[in-house]
Design a protein around this ligand. Structure first.
Ligand code: CP
Length: 316
């Protein structure tokens, strides 16, 4: 595996292999000395043209725990403000010796362009491109689900798990990557949200869809609910009457949580709009995996960097 650009890059075998490597990495992260020498001498560049807390920091921690050198690039304060392009920026950083470039960019397809147009020869990891894909997020979400349902030991998948992805599907790269990866792993995926934010091209790939969260809770016997951030910054039109109406109809609150199965799992990729798509009773409940998702982000990104830069199995 040279790049990780899309959840569709992963067949079932390679996805489960990454989940299993992440599981091994979680053992490293529980040790007193959280460090492996595996990527000593390698350099990972975090190339971020959009803001990030979880993804950028967890790739940085992951690379450092594998003993790689890390260069953090943020477009703010860089020569991007003087008009330097993505291609020139990436080539400049590669000239300083990058083995892997973790890129987040507002343009859908930016990571593909870096990897496939021969601009750079380093491995490319898509850390979020526009509204398109965020594959390492989908991997850490699948890992968090697998951990929570005790589906490891190694090799097991999410076969038959019923997962609803809820909210602003149209603008969500997390939804696109999760739909693909969860289906690859055998889960049943339902898309739920306002009709204005549920693209037909995606509902056609799902096992079902609903314009009502209450109906979805009633009809789909859900094992897990993945709430999405309402991406107000990407909205160029009015997709719902008001934030108050959105929270009332599509928000996950204590009342809706009580109507889910008692052991239903709650996920959110973060950052959360508390009081809009999710309230504290849901996000801070015993069912919530939100902070496990953050912790598992480090395990999963260690697995991704390991696979791209060291190859083979963790036991090699
Ligand atoms: N989930 C996610 O991508 O969060 P950040 O934007 O903080 O990286």
């Amino acid at each position: 595996m040279k790049h990780l650009l899309s959840a569709a890059d992963l067949d079932r075998h390679s996805a489960i292999e990454l989940l299993d490597i992440a599981s091994e990495m979680s053992g490293v992260n529980e040790r007193e000395i959280k460090k492996l020498p595996t990527l000593r001498g390698k350099t990972v560049v975090n190339l971020f043209f959009e803001d990030s807390t979880r993804t950028r920091i967890s790739f940085e921690v992951a690379a450092k725990r594998l003993s790689a050198d890390v260069i953090n690039f943020s477009a703010k304060g860089s020569s991007v403000s003087k008009g330097e392009s993505l291609k020139d920026t990436a080539q400049t950083l590669e000239a300083m010796g990058a083995d892997a470039v973790v890129v987040r960019h507002h343009a859908s397809g930016a990571a593909h362009a870096l990897a496939n147009r021969g601009w750079i020869s380093a491995s490319v990891v898509n850390a979020g491109d526009g509204t398109h894909e965020h594959p390492s997020q989908a991997l850490l979400d699948a890992y968090s689900l697998r951990e929570a349902i005790h589906a490891s030991p190694a090799g097991q998948s999410l076969e038959g798990l019923k997962v609803a992805i809820v909210g602003d599907i149209a603008h969500s790269r997390v939804a696109r990557s999760n739909l693909t990866l969860l289906k690859t792993l055998g889960a049943k995926v339902y898309l739920v949200g306002p009709a204005t934010l549920l693209p037909g091209a995606l509902t056609a790939q799902a096992d079902g869809f609903s314009y009502s969260l209450d109906d979805a809770i009633e009809d789909f016997d859900l094992d897990a609910v993945m709430m999405l951030r309402v991406q107000l910054e990407r909205m160029t039109a009015s997709f719902f009457p008001s934030e108050r109406e959105y929270a009332r109809i599509w928000g996950l609150n204590g009342d809706r949580l009580s109507r889910l199965k008692s052991d239903a799992l709650i996920l959110h990729p973060g950052p959360m709009n508390r009081g809009l798509e999710i309230d504290a009773k849901a996000s801070d409940s015993k069912n919530s995996l939100v902070l496990r998702q953050v912790a598992n982000g480090v395990n999963m990104r260690m697995a991704v960097l390991y696979k791209l830069l060291a190859g083979g199995s963790i036991n090699d």
